[in-house]
Design a protein around this ligand. Structure first.
Ligand SMILES: [Zn+2]
Length: 186
């Protein structure tokens, strides 16, 4: 029951897995609707530290999903910093595998999920759409996978990134990675 649209990087696939849990005995019938909402651009995601907020438009209704991502472990944070500091800071599938092999999987864990809708099901279609849209965004830019786990703040010594508009945040993010290149240059 793979999904070709989302999760083609290992970083993105972690978020597809939240929707398509291996523990489920059969696929959730809401999954196609969730994927369609993403394809049709009905999901708008914003970030505030480790909180993902997804506004999902479906039919006439709008629902807001709030996902709280657990902080990355200090071990994984240190391992990623070490590996990014030594070469080109590209978040490839190879890097993902190397981290997992070293016992520091960068896979996220969720601390909490809530939706504003009144669905009686354990997981609503909005929540599933939010996971797929995260996978799509992370496939495009895997740095989101780290940022949403608080990686940059932790690796930068606990300094808090300003929760400004998204573009503003990515500028700050970009300026941080080159710093890893040049620390040894004098
Ligand atoms: Zn919902």
């Amino acid at each position: 029951m793979g999904d070709r649209d989302h999760g083609y990087t290992k970083w993105g696939k972690d978020w597809v897995r939240f929707a398509e849990s291996l523990r489920q005995t059969r696929p959730d019938p809401q999954l196609p609707s969730a994927r369609r909402a993403v394809r049709e651009g009905k999901v708008r995601i914003t970030f505030d530290d480790r909180t993902v907020r997804a506004v999902v438009h479906r039919g006439r209704g709008t629902s807001v999903v709030t996902i709280e991502v657990a902080p990355m472990s200090p071990g994984a944070t240190a391992e990623i910093s070490r590996r990014l500091g030594g070469g080109r800071p590209l978040l490839t599938d190879d890097l993902y595998r190397a981290l997992a092999d070293a016992g520091h999987s960068p896979a996220p864990a969720l601390a909490g999920v809530a939706c504003s809708c009144a669905a009686a099901t354990p997981r609503c279609v909005h929540e599933l759409a939010a996971y797929y849209d995260m996978a799509r965004r992370i496939d495009d830019d895997p740095r989101i996978a780290l940022d949403v786990q608080g990686f940059l703040r932790a690796s930068a010594g606990g300094g808090r990134a300003p929760a400004e508009a998204t573009t503003q945040r990515w500028i700050a993010l970009d300026s941080l990675y080159p710093a890893a290149y040049f620390t040894a240059v004098d």
